[in-house]
Design a protein. Sequence first.
Lengths: 167, 211
Amino acid sequence: MKLLKPAILALICGLPLAVLNHRTQGVIEDNRSYHEQQQLRRLVADVTGTPELVETETGFAVSEGGKPVARIARGETNQGYNGRIRLLVAHQPTGEVISVRVTQHEETPGIGDKIDTDISDWITGFQGRTRANTNWQLAPGGDIDGITGATITSRAVSNAVREALPE
Amino acid sequence: MSATSVSGTTITRQGLWSNNPALVQLLGLCPLLAVSNSFATSLGLGITTLIVLTLSNLVISLIRHWLDEETRLPVQIMVIATFVTAADLTLQYAFFDLHQRIGLFVALIVTNCTLLGRAEAFASRHPMLGSVLDGFMMGAGFLMVLLLMGATRELLGQGTLFANLHLLTGLPDLTLHVADTGFLLMVLPPGAFLTLGCLIALKNVIDGAVR
């Protein structure tokens, strides 16, 4: 019987949370997809002025005036320092990176979050790289300059970008 | 408990100074050390903690006579967790950018010992008004230290102040660029311990001088 009061209170606590969750879910989803759309739009602005986007299985095909100009591939890794990192990689049909944007991450604020273009331009360093022309290991030993203090994050992003590129 | 008449001044002085959760009780160090590498993230987490602490103290004080001795701790944690979840959802709803940055630590507010500490030590033994004030002042004391550490570490570690604040608040970009590079150690975890140690020492020096 000792558990009766906690049980009642759990219901009292749970109900408003369920309602709140239900009420906010739509907007939170919208926020998340708006965030991604914005990233996508900035990504595409790096490619072309008036792009046409067609969603494909692995991302988006970008064309201008009917001619394919680029592809946007989704990348994902859980090798980061904390949680899942999702990113979008825009690349030429030849497989050369145009730009990369991180759309979701929970890396350490102030250190690992430098993968976010709002905070640092580190991620622009992937521009022009292909699977073949780059040693995707971190420097020294590889071609990718890691973020100081965020080796794990840098390595995870580097691998995820490489994975997203075509063979 | 007979301590029903703790004066507002005492509660305020304890929360902000003499029993400050971060500098004296040394509670809630996990979020304190982890988030305080920039002013903006410190502000975001500090205010969230303050609001959750005030509200959980309010509710725990209201139900304090109704609770059984044996089950009061899980119940208190449940109340705190409820407010933290609500805060988490609200942040994602209204401040998505802020949540992208401090989301991880918002969930960890549940495990911030300051909250359970105040619930158990104060709110479950005192009437509502005093408990709300206690929650607010303890939260304010925590926020104060968080901001001080955030500003110090950002300034020394990155050479900037208020960077990215506009992403969280919608204010214009207020970033002050003091230096081009910083002493990186200060932004990394050791910098957190060094800064907190110096702040505690400073507080003790001031206390000693006053005495």
